[in-house]
Ligand binder design. Structure first.
Ligand code: K1U
Ligand code: ZN
Length: 189
């Protein structure tokens, strides 16, 4: 009987370990998927489902790897973004219902996007931003940023409004990017 319970405990341990460590990552939508155009809705309840979403998004971002991810990109149309621009990859920011309250200056930075793999181009953004948001516990906070963090915040907030960074580029570049991605998709199909 003791051997049976020992085995049962071991099986349960293996199951919980597998769920915790081998959970499938969230699939990322690829441009020009029309779902990337949806405007995300505000979060009004700060419950476990939001904390689970943020945690799955962070795992997906780190694994990709990326420096940011918006819920829109994983086909969840809620105003949630995760960001980590640190070199040590241990400075996770989770922003719920982010709102741009101030912006000034200009900077041009090379951007990439996990929804537009292999495409990088220069985009003009504000140099300095102030963003008001809620953390996953529903506590209101403010972040002030410049440089790469400011760029990343603007890039991710664009996603929540259904905009992908390539839409800041010329029409000609957009046509070329769509053709390149369609070719990539045919090769990998
Ligand atoms: O939104 C996304 O798709 C994530 C995107 C964020 C971003 C990158 C560059 C400028 C603005 C916003 C990425 O993370 S693309 C991948 C990337 O830039 C990167 C990946 C690993 C290490 C460093 C950068
Ligand atoms: Zn992106």
């Amino acid at each position: 009987m003791r051997v049976f319970f020992k085995m049962l405990r071991w099986i349960l341990h293996v199951i919980t370990y597998s769920i915790k460590h081998f959970m499938p990552l969230l699939p990322i939508l690829r441009y020009p998927d029309p779902r990337l155009k949806k405007v995300a809705g505000r979060v009004d309840r700060f419950d476990d489902s939001i904390r689970r979403l943020a945690s799955d998004m962070a795992e997906t971002m780190y694994e990709a790897p990326g420096i940011g991810l918006a819920a829109t990109q994983v086909d969840v149309h809620k105003r949630v973004i995760v960001i980590d621009v640190s070199e040590t990859r241990d400075q996770l920011l989770v922003l719920v219902n982010p709102e741009l309250v101030e912006s000034d200056g200009q900077q041009v930075c090379e951007e990439g996007c996990l929804s537009v793999p292999g495409i990088y181009d220069k985009v003009e953004r504000a140099e300095h931003v102030v963003v008001r948001y809620f953390d996953v516990e529903g506590q209101e906070r403010t972040i002030e940023a410049d440089g790469l963090l400011a760029v990343c915040l603007q890039h991710e907030m664009d996603h929540l409004d259904g905009r992908v960074f390539v839409e800041h580029l010329s029409q000609l570049k957009q046509v070329r990017i769509k053709a390149k991605l369609a070719k990539q998709a045919r090769i990998t199909a």
